[in-house]
Design a protein around this ligand. Sequence first.
Ligand SMILES: Nc1ncnc2c1ncn2[C@@H]1O[C@H](COP(=O)(O)OP(=O)(O)OP(=O)(O)O)[C@@H](O)[C@H]1O
Ligand SMILES: [Mg+2]
Length: 230
Amino acid sequence: MQFYTTMLAVKHVVKKYGNFTVVNDVSFHVGKGEIVSIVGPSGAGKSTLLHIVGALDKPDSGSVEIRGTDLHTLPSRKQSAFRNKNLGFVFQFHHLLPEFSAVENVCMPLWIAGMNKTLAAKEAAAMLDIVGLSARLNNKPSELSGGEQQRVAIARALVSRPAIVLADEPTGNLDSANAHSVHELFLRLRKELDQTFVMITHNDALAQMTDRILTMRDGQLANDQLTNNN
Ligand SMILES: Nc1ncnc2c1ncn2[C@@H]1O[C@H](COP(=O)(O)OP(=O)(O)OP(=O)(O)O)[C@@H](O)[C@H]1O
Ligand SMILES: [Mg+2]
């Protein structure tokens, strides 16, 4: 598959903690609608890199451009607004708010962006339908299975139609059947919404379902390889 529009350009990113270089001159591009996985041993710098891509952390040098905007040079208020609009996050532990229902959790980014409540509820319900949870709108996280909770978190990441969804071991906490179905959901969302994903995974079989695998080792991009899906 060919991906023509560049959504994300990471250029010579370096991050150090003291004398320890955690991310060492990493550069790569991701195209619109592309699903890229990041793999590599524990401590290789994967989460640090993803946090820098998501502007949750700052690089010591290098740049991150999303749709041509250099994220780390934006003043902080503009950066937060840009992040809320353009990036969706999914983590290993879903961080849903326990006292809110599924639909309210998915509404949260829309409320933060100032959308009115009726419209937000409609958008959130539509996104929960896409992830197969239209029958569970009013259930609280504690009333949902682990896989269902993760799908609510994915709906929340996607509801503002971000340019890129960044996921850090989104299936690390799920059994293999649920993990597989989350990856199938990502593939379907790419097909239906042309959604772009960058995701960290420790699961080789799941990485093979994506378009491209970036391997990190000791802070460096050791390999950047298309999978057989291309
Ligand atoms: N705030 C920090 N201060 C000092 N060192 C840190 C800090 N955050 C991360 N590190 C170190 O940076 C290295 C990379 O961490 P990172 O979390 O990016 O690894 P990872 O590839 O995501 O690993 P895992 O697969 O275990 O999640 C690790 O050695 C970690 O101890
Ligand atoms: Mg990590």
